[in-house]
Write a protein that binds this ligand. Structure first.
Ligand code: ATP
Ligand code: MG
Length: 610
């Protein structure tokens, strides 16, 4: 196991918090100020009732009493009650201001945090190896980057701040309340551990449930996402009913899980209500008793009840915060999984050799999974610099896989042979350099929903329109483009749905040609064009590839028969090799395929002539 970058949840949170810490600190400061200011008004009201109106001694701290005496004491305020009202108003305004500042700082902190999280995740995911992407479902990754990010934001921006705020309020209230009545405070606070303890118990219980719900949500979005991406297949095969049922089944299961979870939550909240109202009732009953028996003044009683009411929600909130912390913990772990997945990395001092050189596969074997069947078996092949090699082979014989290995989309494990370019092991070549210099037209081209010209220059943004036109011309795409009313500015629908299969392939060829890399790979790139266009493109390529090394994978022999060297692959092995003439003479698989295809084309020609 490679060393994990983020060993603990906290380390990942701290990493994401960079740049937002200051704002969170300010938010906590203002949250504290809100608690302090909130606690002042009940004191003023208590003083008004007891000291100003009823002439009892003041229960305010001595340093406050000194100030009040300087102003004229209780007698003065009795004649000017409006000053008391103004004081209450000022405290309330101050509290409102602190609340506003708290929300502002907290929002800035949260949004900064979320922005950083999304950017970091996206950047990291882009750098993860191809293998990682094929092993992880897109829907699940997207869910981690949305719901889980949101969950963590809630935790840091709401729950954690609330936790700090609640603890602060509870502590301050403890000071204020115990200065009024020790026994009453003891009674009120005796409920708090029960309420918090109950929440803690609940939070332990609900954690596992949330993990399951999250996973099922991932599956649900995967189904939806897969169906949207593959909408053509779904329609073409009339699979709507099956897919709808599959979705509904998952949705039903997911909903059931939520309902069960919500039932648990409902039970929690109602039980919580019993505890809270029990506390309320106890304080009012015992407080009234103390009041009636003259052990507590009316003002102090009212102040105490205010404090007690003030405590109800923070204490209950504390329960919720603790309960939700488990959710955030799960989310952090889910993001930790992504952030701890190892990015594609070059070996130290990776080299950038001249790529216009011989490419050599030396006894290469490969399996996608450790221990699973070998897809490539002892492949040895030399592609001379500047030459053209054709690869022919049945579906699943490993042609594309061989090219993925050359492009380091998958790594050849140590001991399973080596691939070298100009004698340099590709394991030691800088990956970005390697890919920059190997142009690969993928078997299934993927286009972005941008304009045609933007798509063509995707690998070389600096290209001007002249380059774009030239590349399109070589790829025989220009005729088609001229027929589009908006020409090169035609918007290509998502994944290229508005183009025909052949147009997509030719766009992909143009994408590569514009870069003019020293090594060009065409993975079955002419399969969707007719034989005539195929010939036209090949002729144009021949003129334009210059001294590039070309690897041409095809099922049509006419596509690759002019190659300097042709290899025939079968079940992960090279079974025949040589040029066209030599292979025909061998009377093997190549000859058989050739005869079959010639027969086929003769029949087609006859049909055409009739
Ligand atoms: N990501 C993957 N994980 C596991 N197995 C894979 C993966 N990709 C391909 N395979 C398997 O590897 C084998 C070779 O696939 P590959 O795509 O290299 O064949 P190919 O020769 O290019 O076929 P085609 O002519 O149909 O394109 C196939 O049996 C395929 O099922
Ligand atoms: Mg293939």
């Amino acid at each position: 196991m490679p060393e994990q970058k983020f060993k603990t949840k906290a380390s990942l949170l701290l990493y994401f918090l960079k740049g937002a810490k200051r704002w969170f600190a300010l938010a906590v400061f203002f949250a504290a100020m809100v608690s302090v200011t909130d606690l002042i008004n009940p004191k003023i009201i208590g003083y008004t009732i007891d000291t100003i109106l009823n002439g009892l001694p003041s229960s305010l701290p001595a340093f406050v009493n000194v100030r009040l005496e300087e102003l004229g004491g209780a007698a003065f305020f009795r004649d000017h009650l409006v000053y008391v009202a103004i004081a209450v108003l000022i405290v309330a305004l101050l509290s409102a201001f602190c609340r506003f500042m708290f929300r502002l700082c907290n929002s800035i902190a949260a949004e900064t945090l979320v922005q950083r999280m999304r950017n970091n995740l996206f950047d990291h995911i882009l750098r993860l190896p191809f293998k990682w992407h094929s092993e992880n479902r897109t829907g699940d990754i997207i869910q981690r980057c949305t719901s889980d990010v949101e969950q963590i934001k809630m935790f840091l921006a709401e729950q954690l701040v609330m936790l700090i705020r609640s603890i602060m309020l509870i502590l301050l209230a403890l000071v204020f309340m115990s200065s009024i009545s020790g026994p009453l405070t003891a009674l009120s606070f005796s409920f708090i551990p029960i309420i918090i303890g109950y929440s803690f118990y609940f939070h332990r219980k609900i954690g596992a449930q949330f993990r399951i719900v999250d996973e099922e949500e991932g599956k649900l979005s995967s189904i939806a996402q897969e169906n949207l991406t593959g909408v053509r297949v779904v329609r073409a095969f009339g699979r709507e009913k099956y897919e709808r049922e599959r979705f509904e089944k998952q949705n039903h299961y997911y909903t059931d899980l939520w309902i069960r979870l919500l039932q648990l939550m409902a039970a929690f909240w109602s039980t919580g209500d019993i505890f809270s109202y029990g506390q309320y009732l106890a304080v009012i009953l015992f407080g009234s008793y103390l009041c009636v028996t003259n052990q507590l003044t009316a003002g102090n009683y009212i102040a105490f009840v205010s404090y007690n009411t003030m405590l109800t929600w923070p204490v209950r909130g504390l329960g919720r915060v603790i309960a939700n912390m488990s959710k955030a913990g799960i989310s952090v772990d889910r993001l930790r999984y992504i952030m701890n997945s190892e990015e594609e990395k070059d070996v130290p001092n990776a080299v950038t050799p001249d790529m216009h050189a011989d490419i050599n596969f030396d006894h290469v074997s490969f399996a996608y999974e450790n221990g699973s069947a070998e897809i490539l078996n002892d492949i040895s092949l030399t592609v001379k610099a500047g030459s053209t090699v054709g690869i022919l082979g049945g579906t699943g014989s490993g042609k594309s896989t061989l090219m993925y290995l050359l492009d380091k989309l998958y790594d050849v494990p140590e001991g399973c042979g080596t691939i070298t370019v100009g004698g340099v092991d590709i394991r030691t070549i800088k990956t970005s350099w390697l890919r920059q210099n190997i142009g690969m037209v993928l078997q299934e081209p993927y286009l972005f929903s941008r304009t045609l010209s933007e798509n063509i220059r995707i690998a070389r943004q600096s290209s001007d329109m002249k380059d774009v036109r030239n590349a399109a011309h070589i790829a025989s795409l220009d005729d088609a483009i001229d027929h589009f009313s908006e020409g090169y500015d035609t918007y290509v629908g998502e994944r290229g749905v508005t183009l025909s299969g052949g147009q997509k392939q030719r766009t992909a060829i143009a994408q590569m040609l514009i870069r003019k890399p020293p090594v060009m790979i065409f993975d079955d790139s002419l399969s969707a064009v007719d034989a005539e266009t195929d010939a036209k493109i090949r002729a144009a390529l021949k003129e334009n590839v210059g001294d590039a090394t070309v690897i041409l994978i095809a099922h049509r022999i006419t596509t690759l028969m002019n190659a300097d060297q042709i290899i025939v692959m079968d079940q992960g092995r090279i079974v025949e090799r040589g040029d066209h003439e030599k292979l025909l003479a061998q009377n093997g698989i190549y000859r058989r395929i050739y005869d079959l295809q010639m027969q086929q084309s003769n029949i087609e020609e006859e049909v055409d002539h009739e």
